[in-house]
Every structure is written in C-alpha cells, then in structure tokens.
Design a protein around this ligand. Structure first.
Ligand code: TYD
Length: 210
C-alpha cells in the first residue's frame, strides 16, 4: 500500500490561520521545482469524503458525539488515502493536503477531550505506516483567528465552538510541534502575507523542496 516515492506535505492550524490562502503559493513553489502536485483537503478530497465533510460541518439541530465525529473523520480519511493520497504518492507526486491526522489530535483530542490513545488506535488501523514528511503549522492567537474566520459569511459547526475549545485545539497543535520539531514547522500566522510567504519559502528550502 505504502510503496511511496512522493512527498506528503500537510497544512494545519486553527480557523482563520490562512492555510487555504497559502496553499496555491506553496503549490507554485513546488511546481517550479518540477514536482507534480496533488492539492487536496480533509475532511473531504473524495466524493464520499466531501459528503462526510458536509455532514460534519453543517450546523445541526442535534448533537454529534465526540467519538462519532472522530470516527467520521477517520472514515473520510480512509477513503481519501485509498482513492487519492496513496496512489499519488506511489506515482511520485507531491501531495499537499489541507489538514490531516494532526487535526484529529488537535480538534477531537485537544478540543473534544478524546484520549490520545484512542486516536492512536485509529491511526494504527487507517494509516499505520504513513506520516507527513512535512507539516506547516500556521499558528496565531485564537481571538485573531476567530475574528478572521467570522468575517466569512457562513459560520460552520466547528467555527461556532467556544474560545476555550479553540485554545485547547491550539495548545494541542503546539504540543505536537514541540514533540516533533523535525516534521512540524510552526509559522507565525499573524504576520502579513509577504512575511508568511517568506517563512514558507525558507522552510521549503531547508527541507530541500524548493
Ligand atoms: P477547514 O477545511 O479549515 O474549513 P474552512 O476552510 O471552512 O476553515 O476545516 C474543516 C473543519 O474540520 C475544521 O474546523 C477542523 C475540522 N477537523 C477536525 O475537527 N478533525 C479532523 O481530523 C479534520 C481533518 C478537520
């Protein structure tokens, strides 16, 4: 399954951190190096995954339990790996993914309080041999991120969570970055677009990717 020659790069961060804004820039830097890029996202990336995404993001008149949310994230991920991520990596393509399993550790682990062990078990089931080669963590204070996210028209089910929830999500992300400094590179997402782009470029250069 995982006979891969391509690179797997993920983007992470709380709402309003600017991942989606920077994705095309990162893709263009990698393309200049002659890499074939697959841009994708989680939850989503496949037809089934996008249906699960809609289910998870739409405001609801009923509760979705933390475990159910976690399992749906991993169900979408399983399909995404089989249909998109593994085939692309096996062909030597670079996969640029807006969120991956670090989001589950941060949101369902940090935010919803699900034990890390439980999430690790799902990782063992769904992608025991795959970890991103590089993760860019766009970090900023929760208040700043939420203010940016709230400027958009529709507030989704996650965006309507409390400041405390997002504080826990951010802390969980920073804990992962502390534990895995070689893989997870933290970028100050409060800086202006040009400064963030320069930081991205520096990291990609250090990694020999551009
Ligand atoms: P995102 O793509 O950032 O949505 P938008 O572009 O509208 O900001 O993220 C979708 C939401 O899904 C986000 O709130 C985080 C959440 N999420 C999890 O809670 N766990 C996960 O494993 C993933 C991949 C996403």
């Amino acid at each position: 399954m995982n006979d891969r020659s391509g690179k797997f790069i993920t983007l992470e961060g709380i709402e309003g951190a600017g991942k989606s804004t920077h994705m095309p820039f990162i893709s263009s830097l990698l393309q200049v190096m002659g890499k074939e890029i697959v841009m994708t996202r989680e939850p989503g990336g496949t037809s089934l995954g996008e249906e699960i995404r809609n289910t998870l993001l739409m405001q609801k008149s009923f509760e979705i339990s933390g475990n159910t949310e976690l399992l749906l994230m991993f169900a979408a991920r399983q399909q995404h790996l089989e249909e998109i991520i593994y085939p692309a990596l096996n062909k030597g393509k670079t996969v640029l993914c807006d969120r991956f399993t670090d989001s589950s550790y941060a949101y369902q682990g940090g935010g919803r309080g699900i034990e890390t062990d439980k999430i690790c078990q799902l990782v063992q089931l769904v992608h025991p041999d795959l970890k991103p080669d590089l993760t860019l963590l766009f970090d900023l204070p929760v208040e700043v991120g939420l203010a940016r996210a709230n400027m958009r028209d529709l507030i989704d089910r996650f965006e309507s969570e409390t400041i405390n929830f997002f504080q826990s999500v951010r802390n969980a992300y920073l804990k992962i970055a502390d534990a895995e400094p070689n893989r997870v590179k933290v970028i100050d997402a409060t800086a202006n677009i040009k400064a963030v782009q320069n930081a991205i470029k520096t990291i990609l250069k250090e990694q020999g990717l551009c």
